[in-house]
Design a protein around this ligand. Sequence first.
Ligand code: HDE
Length: 701
Amino acid sequence: MSNQKPDDSRSKDTSGQSSNDNMQGNAGETHQTAGGTHPALTTNQGVPVSDDQNSLRAFERGPTLLEDFHFREKIMHFDHERIPERVVHARGTGVHGTFTLSKSLREYTTAKLFTEVGKETPVFTRFSTVVGGAGSIDTPRDVRGFAVKFYTEEGNYDLVGNNIPVFFIQDAIKFPDLVHSIKMEPDSGIPQATAAHDTFWDFISHTPEAMHMIMWVMSDRAIPRSFRMIEGFGVHSFRLINESGESTFVKFHWRPKLGLQSTVWDEAMKIAGADPDFHRRDMFKSIQRGDFPTWDLAVQLFTEEEAAEFPVDHLDPTKIVPEEIVPLTVIGSMVLDRWPDNFFAETEQVAFCPANIVPGIDFSNDPLLQGRLFSYLDTQLSRLGGPNFQQLPINAPKVPVDNNQRDGHMQMAVHKGRTHYEPQSLESDTPLESPDGFSSFPEPTEAGNKERIRAASFADHYSQARQFYRSQSPVEQAHIASALVFELSKVETPHVRENMVSHLINIDVDLAKRVADKLSIEELPETPKSAAPVQDLPVSPATTLIGRMADTLEGRAVGILVTDGSDASAVATLRKTAEDAGAVVTIVAPKIGAVNATGRHKLNADVQLAGSPSVFYDAVAVVLSEDGGKELAKESAAKDFVADAYAHLKAIAVDEGAQALLDAAGVERDAGIVDAADTDGFLKVAKTRQWDREPRVRSLP
Ligand code: HDE
């Protein structure tokens, strides 16, 4: 056998010299390489390592020796790099930022973050999907988590919300069932990150209280365009407690400055393949370019007496308190402006808990909230491996922590002193309770029987589902119907589909008929008896999404498709117009780098066409020479680029050369397709979706 080794400059040769010999040295020393100055590589004991390329061998082609402590330590650490992912909300994206108060709630609360106008509180916000695993796609139809940790001067306050203001169930005891039904089925392990399968709809069809949430989840709110364009809701009612000890109920709302925006379903599915990290990347890039997403924080405030007049029980988390009944008051805004230094240390290890509240805020008796107060603390124990996870930098409050809790797995503090109990008389500087510390609101309680019970005031499961559906625009109603058809058509068991349709009858007969028709259910099934009369509540325009879109290109993306021969000045004008309107412009071409445009101009193509479909953009332009148009008309990626932009209701600016491509893609001109030279016209249509086009591109139920 030959002693020859592959020519690998990083492998150690038989002369005994390491390629990194110039990096040998003592801990604390530094070394120069082409890449700059580097500290010495050490073991976890701080011992400098001389060779990190080769394990220790008995002889040149012999076995590896167990005494190689550096190898064992390195592999041992690697073997344990993963921690259990979150049982729900596993896939998430976290960003640091600041909350600034603009209106004092002093009348209602003593919590300093909500009373001192101008006060800036650091925050860490994590957005997530609920169903999929940590490595799953960003754009499934799903609820988005919207969890904010406020590092206040009175300790950490977590507002752990979602982008939908209600929830599937009324009692936390049903949460494991809900989640078991929606996650992949346990025998097959499929499907990932979607509710579109039998077990979820089976569970839901036996859970009428979920119907209101189902309307929201089937709406376009569940397929957002960007985390930067979602609302956030605390969902439950909480209490604010003022200096006199008086309580006011509060519901929290986050409202994005960029307005709401969704994708269309076909687009969301295609994004999933083209860029599974679509939302994470969108957030990362916008922070990188200094385009910091901002939300207003608004509150709905009401008293116990006012709540008694609501048509629904505000303690029921399957209900909203419509903004039309209790308007929103904006009290401050949150700007997210700093990407974490390390994904694992921060986004993965952050531990939110709705029980983390500060003096001046308290819980309501919402039974879902009450269950959550236990669950989050409990789940962190297995996810983060012990009771000291609060000491991790991302979880640690920015104020001193001082108590008599000691020891435990991975204790980071070195506690001093002799006593860790109280009361005691041996030491002086030990922590004591303070009168201004957190105290629970002394809510007067009604006497009653201790029993497993659902309040009678929670019995109306359909009225707000109906209210939501009827509040939507015709386009949005069609999307709800079509989402239900999509989901239920993935359900293989006929009676589950029928049971679901039977609930829809109680919500809106027309909706039930539209869905039944597409599922070939010829006769509407019998309607389940509603436990409470279904009310025709007044519509709530605040619940629509299209009505909450901002008429802007700010924070949006425009893709311009070019190839050799494209008109450089037309591209430059379009680019400037879109950028001046706040959009990020990307030049897409069959190859990256320089494209030979007209007038011997070179156009710098940012991305390659095959890897950059039009689903990445909110509006597109196609600027091609006649030859370029004919050439691209043969490319399926180019045809998909325009056909998808058209099908996804996007504005398209085109020049004459683009016509051959439009023809090949079967795209017919309409009001959303404008001349590339008409920049004002393009801006106008690019700021929205071409809803009128939809009936021409897909048959909606
Ligand atoms: Fe959660 N939820 N949840 N949830 N939830 C978790 O805690 C739970 C609910 C929400 O970015 C878990 O740390 C129960 C409503 C968000 O890290 C777990 C119930 C709302 C996140 C848990 C609910 C939420 C979670 C899993 C029914 C909106 C992600 C990992 C009573 C108001 C936080 C973890 C992050 C995470 C339990 C319902 C929001 C298991 C028992 C309603 C945003 O503790």
